[in-house]
Design a protein around this ligand. Structure first.
Ligand SMILES: NC(=O)c1ccc[n+]([C@@H]2O[C@H](COP(=O)([O-])OP(=O)(O)OC[C@H]3O[C@@H](n4cnc5c(N)ncnc54)[C@H](O)[C@@H]3O)[C@@H](O)[C@H]2O)c1
Length: 338
């Protein structure tokens, strides 16, 4: 199979840890060129993944013969880098959140539309094999009407010497913008429901970040009336993380423990009623794959077939608006309608 040539912009963090290792396993993609502002990082990633070209210049990267670019830089760098890639007609898989604000995210989307390039966003947890099984169950009505859901995604994130993630002007927000946004995306994707109203609280209990939260909780009123709860903490040690979600319907429930994260792990229980009214609980069996490989393969297929990205900018913009509503609700002390 002919492989689409990819470039990577920002290859020190998630790109090196997960996405490039996923990319090199993809059937239809080649990690051809890598770029990082730190030339040593770019060079070592090039060697590690057997890429052809490394540079510390975005312009030089975009002058290579590449079809698509994966952008995994700090959020404040996204807009300028997307614009440059779009100017070159290169399709773009952009990490979440798209921009510092949802307004910036909309500018990014509109620019890509104008330049006729496909823009996708990195909500890769949708592609966890067991999440796909859960989605199938919900779509065929196994759970009945969805009435409630809960999701939680945590880590331990002390004040870092490179403070971009914890400074609002560089990141767009704290733990809800960085981690909770995955829960928001996942619950909306799995249930097919959309948040219409948000109440949120944010705080700083453990870490003294410049101006973002280390803990946030939100309640979302969905378009069918169900209430969903999202929690995200930067102040819970990874080893006791407790990343989980539950979805309840009128006929059944899903409980997923450890599936939210960067590796296809975790256990999922499906509880339903049998015909005689007794309760039946089954473990959903699945074979683990690599979410990042699928993310790259699906986006590459979208480029080859000229279809919409598997995770669209519109979906990512809505996720970001929901997080912004959490912040607005915290400030105002009241709920925010979307
Ligand atoms: N989907 C996921 O699984 C996931 C996980 C973590 C982070 N992210 C997202 O990925 C993006 C990057 O996060 P991270 O954790 O990898 O950050 P990071 O700080 O760990 O790494 C960022 C890399 O970008 C480089 N960089 C900084 N400025 C640059 C510039 N102007 N041009 C090119 N390179 C530059 C840095 O040298 C570093 O190597 C963010 O949008 C973040 O929210 C996604």
């Amino acid at each position: 199979m002919k492989k689409l040539k990819w470039g990577v912009i920002g290859c020190g963090g998630i790109a090196d840890r997960r996405t490039i290792p996923g990319m090199v396993l993809a059937d239809n993609a080649e990690c051809y060129a890598v770029m990082d502002i730190n030339a040593e990082v770019a060079e070592s990633v090039k060697i590690k993944y057997n890429a052809t070209f490394a540079t510390d210049s975005v312009d030089e990267l975009l002058n290579q013969d590449i079809d698509a670019v994966y952008i995994a830089t700090p959020v404040f760098c996204h807009k300028e880098q997307v614009f440059k890639a779009a100017d070159k007609g290169v399709h773009i898989l952009l990490e979440k959140p798209m921009g510092i604000t949802s307004e910036e995210a909309i500018e990014i989307k509109e620019y890509c539309d104008k330049k006729n390039v496909i823009l996708g966003v990195g909500f890769m947890m949708r592609f966890h094999t067991v999440h796909q099984l859960i989605k199938e169950h919900i779509e065929k009505g196994t759970l009945g009407e969805i009435v409630s859901a809960y999701a939680k995604f945590n880590c331990w994130s002390p004040v870092s010497p490179v403070k971009w993630r914890q400074t609002k002007a560089f990141s767009g927000g704290g733990t809800m913008m960085d981690m909770g946004i995955h829960c928001i995306d996942l619950l909306q994707y799995l249930t097919g429901l959309t948040a219409k109203e948000v109440t949120g609280m944010c705080g700083n209990q453990i870490f003294e970040y410049p101006d973002t939260e280390d803990a946030a909780s939100a309640v979302l009123r969905m378009d069918n009336g169900a209430l969903f709860t999202i929690e995200s903490n930067f102040n819970i040690p990874d080893s006791i993380g407790g990343c989980k979600f539950e979805i309840y319907g009128t006929k059944g429930a899903i409980s997923a423990d450890g599936t939210i994260g960067q590796v296809e792990n975790g256990d999922v229980k499906l509880t339903t009623f049998t015909e005689d009214g007794s309760v039946s609980t089954n473990i959903l069996e699945y074979i683990s794959g690599n979410m990042y490989t699928k993310e790259i393969e699906y986006f590459t297929n979208a480029v080859i077939n000229k279809t919409a990205a598997p995770v669209t900018a519109d979906e990512a913009i809505l996720n970001q608006k929901i997080v912004e509503a959490v912040y607005e609700s915290q400030e105002k002390g009241s709920s925010v309608k979307l």
